[in-house]
Write a protein that binds this ligand. Structure first.
Ligand code: CP
Length: 316
């Protein structure tokens, strides 16, 4: 594996899951692989889980780890070519990236959608510049359109908890006070579509995702119908994708909050969310605190997905 930016880089899914299981059972078995190698993690946006789990994954593999928050302590970066740099950004990303590449062996990048230009967001301009100019293997720690380490951890978690070979997995939109990118739902849909699960997406009208990510999923606007007999409820907010509303909040309808009533419609479903989660907007206290909530093991599996990916990159 050279770069890791989506499910398309992981290869055969069953093989990847097998390797992830090995990593989980033998976290320190590959320390020689990362010896004298440096992992650099670049954050353009905040993080708790990705920051900690990816560092932990690198340390488990024997790597040295450097973390840089671009907006705290580094020079502000200009990202556009052709700009006269007489403003508050003293460094251009086209110099900064190869410099960062010179100091490490593998680079992880977190760079969210900015909702200023849909084409730039969906062309993954920042992530692709790292791939083009760093000279090093690059992996996504959540980019503008996908969050593949999260989705891989989600898949590992579903495989651990599923009670039937082909569970019904429901991705439900839920309300949020701020406009959030589509990276997590896009990516989750892409990974679920790579399985043979029954996969349903439910959201209010106007929140349709890019068809490229929806793929063969069933889109069900009636949320109660979608919840029926589900084995997993995966909640997430996202802002509108379609023009002219790209990046806008169209609804804060709290009837979409995951609550105990809707969970009773399911097949005693497990509740999942990538975290951080706004309680009583996305999910009620009683659901997230219930025995069916698996958000903590899901987050714990972020170390496993990151380590499995880093191991593949190191090995190749
Ligand atoms: N789920 C996730 O990526 O969490 P952080 O934003 O805290 O890294």
């Amino acid at each position: 594996m050279k770069h890791f930016t989506s499910v398309h880089d992981i290869g055969d899914l069953q093989t990847a899951l097998q390797k992830a299981r090995y990593v989980k059972e033998n976290p320190f078995a590959d320390q020689e692989l990362g010896k004298n190698k440096t992992l650099m993690l670049i954050f353009f946006n905040s993080s708790l889980r990705t920051r900690l789990s990816t560092q932990k994954a690198g340390l488990n593999l024997g790597m040295n780890v450097i973390v840089l928050d671009i907006n705290q302590g580094a020079w502000k970066l200009e990202t556009e070519r052709g700009v006269i740099m007489d403003g508050d950004k003293p460094e251009h990303i086209l110099e900064a990236i190869p410099v960062m590449g010179a100091y490490c062996d593998i680079i992880g990048v977190r760079s969210f959608a900015q909702f200023e230009n849909k084409e730039d967001d969906y062309n993954e301009v920042i992530l692709n510049q790292f791939i083009q100019y760093s000279g090093k293997p690059v992996f996504s720690m959540e980019a503008a359109t996908r969050h593949p380490l999260q989705s891989f951890a989600d898949l590992i978690t579903i495989e651990e908890y599923k009670k039937t070979a082909r569970p019904k997995v429901v991705l439900t939109w839920a309300p949020h006070p701020r406009a959030l990118p589509q990276a997590v739902p896009n990516s989750f849909a892409e990974w679920m579509n790579a399985t043979d699960y029954e996969f349903v997406i439910t959201h209010p009208e106007g929140y349709e995702l890019d068809e490229k990510f929806v793929g063969n999923a069933i889109v069900e606007y009636d949320k109660e119908k979608a919840y029926r007999d589900a084995d997993f409820i995966y909640a997430k907010n996202w802002a509108a994708y379609r023009d002219p509303n790209y990046g806008k909040i169209l609804s804060t309808d709290r009837s979409w909050t995951v609550d105990a009533h809707k969970m009773t419609l399911t097949n005693n479903a497990y509740f999942m969310h990538c975290l951080p989660v706004r309680r009583n907007m996305i999910v009620t206290d009683d659901v997230i605190e219930s025995p069916q909530s698996i958000v903590i093991p899901e987050a714990a599996n972020r170390v496993v997905s990151a380590q499995a990916v880093l191991k593949e990159i190191l090995a190749s």
